[in-house]
Design a protein around this ligand. Structure first.
Ligand SMILES: [Zn+2]
Length: 128
């Protein structure tokens, strides 16, 4: 089994610049960092949680760090297989398109961010 680390940031005012868009911890080529052992990923998180954390503008607290299976991390990192139909749009508040979600406005972005965070939380094998 291979694992990755998901980073869930918390903002005072959600969805400005996608501050709360979940991220998979990646190298500078945007490839997720993979851990062969669960304990290895967990100890990286423990180190981060011990460091002094400087909040960015609009950030309300330390991020939540998750260990996820690589298959789940890849799914979110890759935009749900680059297929927006993998979101549940029935809950959409989209104000455009007469109730058909446009997939581009703030309401739609918010829905995608929330569902991506929820997916990672639901499938996490560890949460800091
Ligand atoms: Zn929309």
């Amino acid at each position: 089994m291979t694992y990755q680390i998901a980073i869930l940031r918390h903002a005072y005012i959600p969805d400005l610049q996608g501050d709360e868009t979940p991220r998979i911890y990646s190298d500078n080529q945007d490839n997720p960092i993979e851990y062969e052992a669960f304990d290895e990923a967990k100890s990286v998180i423990a180190e981060w949680d011990e460091e002094v954390y400087i909040l960015s503008h609009n950030e309300s607290g330390r991020p939540t760090y998750l260990v996820v299976k690589a298959v789940d991390g890849d799914y979110i990192h890759g935009g749900r297989n680059s297929d927006a139909s993998n979101y549940d749009w029935s809950a959409s508040d989209c104000s455009r398109n007469d109730g058909d979600a446009c997939g581009e406005c703030n309401d739609c972005n918010r829905l995608m961010i929330n569902q991506d965070c929820q997916y990672l939380l639901d499938n996490a094998v560890y949460r800091s």
